[in-house]
Design a binder for this molecule. Structure first.
Ligand code: C2E
Ligand code: CA
Ligand code: CA
Length: 576
């Protein structure tokens, strides 16, 4: 078929193709989500697309024929545009970030790319600008950055940003021949505040403490919330230790005034550990570790004080981390056992039962005292699995006692506050009873006084659930915490165990003697039974018996015994 010509020598088919191409380009121009703007050689606007209008607010009629000056935000120096134009002339292209202003006055950020189109002779013909509104993306990125690097409660840098800054500070100190100090701050007894006043107030205390700490450090020092009730600061540009001490004293002093939070006057203090760079460790981890051991030392020294790191602390910290790593494998390696300390009925002189006490024998380290590893297990979150194991083991052992004595022997099992707060202790007990076949009525669960103080409704519910299962509740180490005697009325408690620190002093301290008398009298008036702990002498025993104490426990009768020995102790009928 002969091709028709359009008079310019182009075939119709070519024309149609061009037409189709034009339609395609128009569609791209109209539908693109990027704003597009075409200007002539004098930079007067020839055309803008709908996205341009959407982003800038300017309709084509507002801008066509004008220069893009109406878009300017005034945020850039004239030099910025000089550079833009010279690069555009040189390379035919410019790409970068630009602040512009919308028709409604709002300033926003764009990512703009401009290209120059030249004609056959090389003269500038048109400029084509394509841009995206990136303010929102930037806002989101900014938010994300905030979230990942800052603590939402105190608005301080968080642990990860802090570790970055610390590394920078160490590098800088090396270059400038100065020193850097890492200051590790632990709030003293913060758990108590959370426990007694609740988390909301606890959070407010932390936020206020953060504000005060911030005002105590110097400009340029980075203060961070390292986690929980721990704060850290890195002090840079240090020449003398006195400079560090000055900041540290300010940190301690800033807490001297009580916090006034929702009608509560709250007095807190902190303990501070300091490590220096260079000197106290070879890398960030070591410097961190050393500041925390120094902080622990400060806590041990009686709190509200500070302590510089010394190498002997490093040895302690290493021993501790060794202990932690062995502890995490201890269940798996079957390293725990239970021993049983007889509990004696004062009136009948009979063994009434036993308290199960945990023992850990590690194949490398040897025997470790529960006073050492129980708190560590709590900290590491290991107390839950250990506690589950222990419940079953104690119930199994107690099941084997049934029938050897009348009334049936009871078993007292220690549970840590964390087991109650974080776990479902009643269900764990039910499971243990089920697999061992032990009657719930011979079980006593020993909780701490601190847990009672923490008694939000949740804890109270959990304690009630334990009683619903059929077990009794004993409060361990009574008198060492802050629970007042009258406080006790509000709790479903069956047994009070008088702490051994009172029993041990009862013969030579009149105040302790009176306290014991009061505990026994009040406990009885509330229908509770009383156990005297740590009874070592006949005099202590006589005192307790005389005041009507119901049960006793202590070396005077027996130390904790291996399971077998305890059974022998009961059946041999040896009595004090
Ligand atoms: P606790 O519950 O007050 O246990 C009594 C502690 O006093 C035991 O120390 C026991 O051996 C010791 N003791 C008994 N009679 C006497 C005495 O006449 N004189 C003296 N000086 N001490 C006596 P142990 O076994 O070293 O336990 C220490 C603490 O470790 C326990 O104090 C308890 O808080 C914790 N613990 C032990 N076993 C467990 C457990 O199975 N679970 C939990 N959560 N904590 C445990
Ligand atoms: Ca106990
Ligand atoms: Ca006790």
């Amino acid at each position: 078929m002969a091709q028709r010509s359009n008079g310019n020598g182009n075939t119709l088919a070519e024309l149609e193709r061009e037409n189709a191409e034009l339609r395609l380009f128009r569609a791209v121009f109209n539908m693109a989500s990027e704003g597009m703007m075409v200007t002539d050689a004098e930079n007067r606007i020839l055309a803008v697309n709908p996205a341009f209008t959407l982003i800038t607010g300017f309709a084509p009629a507002d801008v066509v024929g004008n220069t893009p000056g109406c878009l300017r935000s005034g945020q850039h120096e004239p030099a910025f545009f000089d550079n833009l134009w010279s690069e555009l002339h040189r390379n035919g292209r410019w790409t970068g970030e630009l602040w512009n202003r919308r028709k409604n006055g709002e300033v926003y950020r764009t990512w703009l790319s401009i290209a120059t189109e030249r004609d056959g002779s090389g003269a500038i013909h048109r400029h084509i600008g394509i841009f995206r509104d990136i303010s929102e993306a930037r806002d989101n990125a900014e938010k994300l950055w905030q979230q990942t690097n800052f603590d939402p409660l105190t608005k301080l840098p968080n642990r990860s940003l802090f570790l970055d800054r610390l590394l920078q500070a160490l590098v800088l100190a090396g270059r400038s021949n100065k020193r850097a100090a890492l200051v590790f701050i632990g709030i003293d007894g913060f758990k108590n505040i959370n426990d007694t006043l609740g988390h909301t107030i606890g959070d407010m205390v932390l936020a206020e403490a953060a504000r005060r700490f911030q005002s105590a450090v110097r400009k340029g020092d980075t203060l961070a919330r390292f986690g929980g009730d721990e704060f850290t600061a890195v002090l840079t540009d240090i020449t003398t230790v006195e400079e560090v001490e000055q900041v540290v004293r300010a940190l301690l002093e800033c807490l001297a005034e009580p916090f006034l939070i929702e009608a509560h006057q709250i007095l807190i203090s902190c303990s501070i550990g300091i490590s220096l760079w260079p000197g106290d460790g070879d890398d960030v981890e070591a410097v961190m570790r050393n500041s925390t051991s120094a902080m622990r030392k400060a806590k041990d020294a009686g709190r509200n004080t500070f302590q510089f790191f010394t190498p002997s602390m490093d040895a302690r910290a290493q021993a501790r981390s060794r202990l932690a790593s062995e502890l995490s494998d201890a269940l798996e390696h079957d390293e725990f056992t239970l021993v049983y300390q007889p509990i004696i009925n004062v009136q009948s002189g009979q063994v009434a039962g036993a308290e199960a006490l945990l023992r850990w024998h590690n194949r490398f380290i040897g025997a470790i005292s529960p006073d050492q590893f129980v708190p560590l297990a709590e900290e590491m979150g290991l107390i839950l699995p250990i506690g589950d194991w222990l419940l079953t083991a104690a119930c199994r052992e107690a099941a084997s006692w049934q029938g050897i004595s009348d009334p049936p022997l009871r078993v007292a099992i220690n549970v840590s506050p964390r087991q109650v707060q974080q776990g479902d202790i009643a269900s764990a007990l039910e499971r243990a009873l089920e697999v061992t076949g032990l009657s719930p009525h011979v079980v006593t669960v020993e909780i701490t006084e601190g847990l009672l103080l923490a008694s939000g409704g949740e804890v109270l519910k959990k304690i009630n659930r334990i009683r619903d299962v059929g077990a009794k509740i004993a409060v361990d180490d009574f008198g060492t915490g802050y629970a007042s005697l009258s406080y006790l009325k509000h709790f479903p408690v069956d047994i009070l165990k008088i702490d051994r620190s009172f029993v041990s002093k009862v013969m030579d301290n009149a105040e302790d003697a009176r306290l014991i008398e009061a505990i026994i009298a009040l406990g009885h008036s509330l229908g509770m039974k009383i156990v005297g702990e740590g009874v070592e002498t006949a005099e202590q025993m006589a005192f307790l018996a005389d005041r009507g104490c119901d049960f006793v426990q202590g070396y005077r009768f027996s130390p904790p015994l291996a399971a077998e020995r305890f059974r022998e102790f009961v059946t041999s009928g040896v009595r004090p």
